[in-house]
Design a protein around this ligand. Structure first.
Ligand code: ZN
Length: 113
């Protein structure tokens, strides 16, 4: 019997989902159980981490809101992130190099859609 690929799930894998191997951009199939299939079909965010599916509480918390504040001193800016289910925001200071890398990643992933 093949088990579901969702992290820590021990249910039998009853159907396939197609996933992209991010390192090679090739697609392949993984097994999932009925319970996780229903969540995926309902639009619950999920991701692959190695050979496991991350879904629900195993996924990073969804970003609810963000803001950016230019720095008055050094070059860069403070990025403030608010996550669903968290009361306190998280601040990160980005130097221009990191800001450009982040922008390039976002553009290469979503910029041409
Ligand atoms: Zn499962």
């Amino acid at each position: 019997m093949t088990t579901c690929s969702a992290l820590l799930c021990t249910n039998p894998g009853t159907s396939f989902v197609m996933v992209m191997q991010t390192s090679t951009a090739d697609y392949h199939d993984v097994y999932v159980c009925d319970e996780h299939r229903v969540l995926m079909d309902a639009g619950c965010p999920w991701d692959m981490h190695g050979r496991h599916i991350l879904i629900g509480q195993d996924m990073a918390p969804p970003l609810k809101e963000w803001s950016a504040r230019p720095c008055g001193g050094a070059e860069g800016f403070t990025l403030t992130l608010r996550f669903a289910g968290e009361t306190e925001p998280v601040d990160a200071f980005l130097v221009p190099t990191e800001a450009r890398r982040l922008a390039a990643f976002i553009y290469s992933t979503y910029g041409e859609h």
